[in-house]
Design a protein around this ligand. Structure first.
Ligand SMILES: [Zn+2]
Length: 152
């Protein structure tokens, strides 16, 4: 298994997070040896590089759609710039603020995950529903902003 094990039970295997087992830093980022350059590097970056057969530049950030630093499922990884990553963090903080002021049963994290996956174009609404255990109409509501507004 190359040191990767899938975490959690999911109907669709590849939709589950693949939690890296091995050396991890305090933030939970795994490290893996890159045979091509004989150096250790962040596991999720290496996974992305190998999948796309490329080398990432320093300013290219790999973002986790699932917000799990130790996840190395290539389907959960997306290329973004440093600026985008910072903006993403800010957006999340703003959303967290909103979280306290709503009675929605869907967690903020789940709503964000649904939107990100949908925006990435990897899955359609009903597939996302299966992934997050919600029916398609709920997923659609979240995507339409009916359940989760952008601003608190
Ligand atoms: Zn993941």
């Amino acid at each position: 298994m190359n040191g990767f094990v899938p975490a959690g039970q999911s109907m669709i295997k590849d939709l589950a997070c693949h939690i890296f087992v091995g050396f991890k830093d305090k933030r939970g980022y795994g490290f893996k040896y890159d045979k091509r350059i004989k150096k250790m590097k962040l596991a999720h970056r290496l996974v992305y590089e190998l999948k796309h057969d490329c080398f990432l530049k320093k300013n290219e950030v790999i973002m986790h759609l699932c917000d799990t630093p130790s996840c190395v499922n290539p389907q959960h990884l997306r290329l973004g710039s440093q600026a985008e990553n910072l903006k993403d963090c800010r957006d999340k903080k703003r959303h967290m603020y909103g979280d306290r002021h709503t009675k929605s049963k869907i967690s903020l994290k789940k709503a964000l995950l649904i939107r990100k996956i949908y925006q990435s174009g990897a899955l359609n609404q009903s597939e996302i529903g299966i992934l997050v255990d919600l029916n398609q109409s709920t997923v659609r509501q979240i995507l339409m902003g009916e359940t989760w507004k952008e601003t608190p």
